[in-house]
Design a protein around this ligand. Structure first.
Ligand code: DHK
Length: 146
């Protein structure tokens, strides 16, 4: 049976496609979900793709992933820069978590240069637009292979 990987999305990512397309591009979250599903089969994954604007819901989903998923790819949105709760949730689960961002946060405002979750992530993928998601899935496949 294919392993399940959670792909979690934080606040405002539901607005992709209409939100600041000069920064985030024109793809919708639905387009990105399709990209993930198209790739997942060849990696031996089943993707469970979710988005929430609420920090606690993301914590719930990380805990759920810890019980039933092989790994997590997460675009935490702005909570990545602020959330000790996400940091604690990630360090409390025993599966690899790959952090990802669409935009190159290091080329943007200083408040986007720090991440609360990078220190507890297996790795970080930044700045490849929707490609950050598929790269994160490939990274998880590599981690789980070893
Ligand atoms: C998405 C957001 O919503 C921002 O708050 C982050 C990230 C960057 C992204 O590039 O995917 O700063």
């Amino acid at each position: 049976m294919a392993r399940t990987v959670f792909v979690l999305n934080g606040p405002n990512l539901n607005a992709l496609g209409i939100r600041e397309p000069g920064i985030y591009g024109g793809a919708t979250l639905g387009d990105i979900e399709k990209d993930c599903n198209d790739l997942a089969g060849s990696l031996g994954f089943k993707v469970d793709f979710r988005q929430s604007n609420h920090e606690g819901v993301l914590v719930d989903w990380l805990q759920e992933a810890g019980e039933k998923a092989a790994g997590v790819a997460i675009n935490p949105g702005a909570y990545g820069h602020t959330s000790i709760a996400l940091h604690d949730a990630i360090r409390s689960i025993d599966i690899p978590v790959v952090e990802l961002h669409l935009s190159n946060v290091h080329a943007r405002e200083a408040f986007r240069h720090t991440s609360m979750i990078s220190p507890v992530a297996a790795g970080v993928i930044i700045g490849f637009g929707p490609g950050s998601y598929t790269l994160a899935l490939r990274a998880l496949a590599q981690i789980l292979e070893n």
